[in-house]
Design a protein around this ligand. Structure first.
Ligand SMILES: Nc1ncnc2c1ncn2[C@@H]1O[C@H](COP(=O)(O)OP(=O)(O)O)[C@@H](O)[C@H]1O
Ligand SMILES: [Mg+2]
Length: 259
């Protein structure tokens, strides 16, 4: 069975300043993943890194969320794709340095969309990598779209696709808050389809530039994913040790289930 782990863009970059990585966090997270893998070498894992202050900025500048309508947008499409790949490269470098057998998978080269739905994602290579014990690392990206030129695919959206076609048992979403917070800033321990409508008014997008919709998007995609995945958590990856603990099965953050 496969674990999907997201390293949020809010953790690995400073989303308030374009093109800034948080190198100490990236190194720490890489070590936590490496240690968890050392302790449990049979664990099969696909990582995904968010875009943070890299692709979100040009995607917003180019108004790419609804595709491409005009020629002026092309340079922003190019920069979104380039910067997403650049950040992923930085993450994979760090993981490899820490001893994780990480291999980059560029979603824009492996998939495309049709009216924003991912219609084809070549996961065969991901499955073969997993058999070898490698750790594929995908990332939030801009994909070519058959109807609207391009579309934004968040890591959460890509994970949703992967969870439908691969035997995924667990999803860990690492971000910059302790989980989903209620109106008094307390962590909501459990979200199900039954209590979602009560929590939804407290969910908004990110406070920083995030073209994929922040926490609301996370919870909506995780609820959809909970139809096929048993264990889904949103945790604070800025707290040292949390990612390692979550990979070892410790409970924390917000758990999302199908009821
Ligand atoms: N109810 C909520 N609980 C927690 N975070 C929330 C909530 N509503 C909005 N957010 C925002 O969502 C952000 C996390 O989403 P996002 O910035 O997209 O993270 P990432 O870059 O890790 O994907 C938080 O930092 C916070 O600003
Ligand atoms: Mg986000």
């Amino acid at each position: 069975m496969i674990t999907l782990l997201k390293l949020g863009g809010s953790v690995i970059t400073d989303k308030s300043t374009p093109y800034t990585t948080r190198d100490a966090e990236i190194a720490r997270l890489s070590k936590e993943v490496a240690d968890a893998l050392k302790a449990k070498p049979e664990m099969r894992m696909i990582l995904g890194n968010g875009g943070g202050s890299f692709p979100h900025q040009p995607a917003k500048k180019g108004d790419l969320a609804n595709g491409i309508k005009d020629a002026w947008q092309l340079e922003h499409l190019v920069e979104t794709a380039r910067s997403a790949a650049e950040l992923n490269h930085i993450i994979v470098d760090s993981l490899v340095k820490a001893g994780v057998p990480a291999i980059s998978i560029r979603p824009s080269s492996a998939a495309y969309t049709d009216k924003r739905d991912i219609v084809d994602f070549n996961v065969l290579m991901i499955e073969e990598m997993l058999k070898l014990g490698a750790v594929p690392v995908i990332h939030g990206d801009v994909l070519i779209d058959l109807k609207q030129g391009c579309s934004i695919a968040s890591t959460e959206k890509l994970f949703m696709y992967l969870a439908k076609v691969l035997p995924v048992s667990r999803v860990i979403i690492g971000t910059n808050v302790d989980g989903v917070l209620d109106d008094t800033n307390k962590v909501v321990r459990s979200i199900t389809p039954a209590n979602f409508s009560k929590i939804k008014p407290h969910l908004t997008g990110a406070s920083t530039t995030d073209v994929t919709g922040g926490m609301l998007h996370k919870v909506e995609s995780m609820l959809e994913m909970s139809k096929v995945v048993k264990e889904i958590v949103i945790i604070n990856a800025l707290t040292p040790g949390n990612i390692g603990k979550a990979l070892r099965g410790e409970k924390m953050g917000t758990v999302i289930t199908n009821g």
